[in-house]
Design a protein around this ligand. Structure first.
Ligand code: GDP
Ligand code: MN
Length: 383
């Protein structure tokens, strides 16, 4: 789950990282009041979860509260489109932050290096711009430091890295402090990514996080109830937000064939089979192990909330998941009967026979194999 910039900055502040003062609002009048508090010297920033926001026209600097308010008014409700997000996203909130005088812009991120089984900190003097471009054109400008998540990072190692990155002496010690705080934040919040681009060195020599990007591992959201609750305004997709609140592993994909299976591998195979049959998957949904009828019903309901869905494939290979529980859940989900979606099931394994018996005479179309089920659902949905 990605956090908005303002949420990421709140998180940074909790871990002692300097961030500019600022407030969010969805109301241009409110934006004016916030801007006035900072004497009109503000940056107005669209809070959308997409890269390339500045280039897309979502970030602008002002020295006048009226002009800042006019820009806020223009942004709110507008769709921003960037190279990273060609479909675009509608701005609902803007951050009005105090303007800081930036002398230099650096880059800092913390992420996971799966091959090394370590965290990796990336530091560069070339901040503010697209880091992929820096990586391609001058890879030596990015210094990488591996961190053992259990032992953390020694200051001396970090000091050497910061020096190697070419940061000026007055920024070095502050950068070491910022990295240590963000590594701590990364571990304690179960983050997948923390990125600060730019880390600003102000004209009076202070290091401050001028932008902030945090993604929390979805599988750890149960440990961070606060974030899961914020899911509705922080998820890219409404259905994913609803699924996150219910603890359902759902990824929206945009096609018209809904897919439910048990186990991530089986669900991914099902996606492939639907694609191979000429269909376009609407989602990924893993009901998890041992799902009870009530859970299956909730999962079917989430998939059907997507109004593009014309067909639904339910592919179960029962181990601890029981076919009869799945069947009960499917029937319960279609109880009120006014859903106009073709449903194909393939249920194998534990209690499959009991499950299939329950589905006899219902509107659910049966299939013997995953491939047959995929072909049937694609044909039914297009017919
Ligand atoms: P992004 O395009 O979504 O990454 O948005 P950023 O928050 O990184 O802002 C883009 C650029 O705007 C930064 O690289 C800065 O150059 C500039 N910027 C953002 N906030 C401020 C600020 O408070 N003061 C100044 N002078 N520039 C800022
Ligand atoms: Mn940025």
């Amino acid at each position: 789950m990605k956090l908005h910039e303002y949420q990421s900055k709140e998180l940074f502040a909790k871990f002692g990282v300097a961030v500019p003062r600022g407030e969010v609002t969805s109301d241009p009048e409110e934006a004016r009041k916030i801007a006035e508090k900072f004497g009109g010297d503000v940056v107005v920033k669209a809070q959308v979860l997409m890269g390339g926001r500045g280039k897309a026209g979502g970030v602008k600097l002002f020295h006048d509260a009226d002009e800042a308010a006019a820009f806020a008014k223009e942004l709110i409700g507008k769709k921003l489109v960037s190279i990273q997000n060609p479909a675009g996203m509608v701005v609902e909130l803007v951050l009005v932050g105090e303007l800081i005088d930036i002398a230099e812009e650096y880059y800092l991120s913390v992420l996971l290096d799966r091959a090394e089984q370590r965290l990796v900190v990336m530091i560069s003097k070339e901040g503010g711009m697209d880091i992929e471009e820096v990586a391609a054109k001058q890879p030596e400008a990015i210094v990488r430091v591996l961190v053992d998540p259990a032992w953390g990072l020694d200051d001396y190692e970090l000091r050497a890295a910061v020096k190697k990155a070419g940061l000026p002496p007055k920024a070095q010690r502050q950068m070491v402090g910022m990295v240590q705080s963000l590594v701590k934040a990364y571990i304690e919040t179960d983050a997948e990514l923390i990125e600060v681009n730019p880390v600003a060195l102000t004209t009076d020599g202070k290091l401050i996080a001028a932008d902030a990007k945090v993604a929390i591992d979805d599988s750890a959201l149960f440990r961070h109830a606060g974030y899961a609750e914020q899911a509705d305004d922080a998820m890219e997709n409404e259905l994913e937000a609803e699924a996150a609140r219910k603890g359902i592993a759902y990824v929206h994909l945009g096609g018209d064939i809904g897919i439910i299976g048990n186990g991530a591998g089986l669900v991914m195979c099902s996606l492939d089979e639907v694609s191979a049959a000429g269909g376009d998957p609407a989602n990924f949904l893993d009901v998890g192990g041992g799902a009870q009828a009530e859970r299956v019903k909730e999962c079917v309901e989430i998939v059907l909330m997507d109004k593009n869905v014309k067909g639904l494939l339910i592919n179960i290979f029962g181990g601890i998941t029981r076919g009869d529980e799945v069947a009960k859940g499917i029937l319960a989900a279609f109880d009120d009967g006014d859903v106009d979606v073709e449903v194909v099931e393939r249920i194998e394994g534990t209690a499959a026979e009991e499950g299939l018996k329950l589905l006899e005479g219902s509107r659910i179309i049966g299939a013997k194999t995953m491939r047959e089920a995929a072909q049937k659902v694609v044909a039914a949905a297009s017919g």
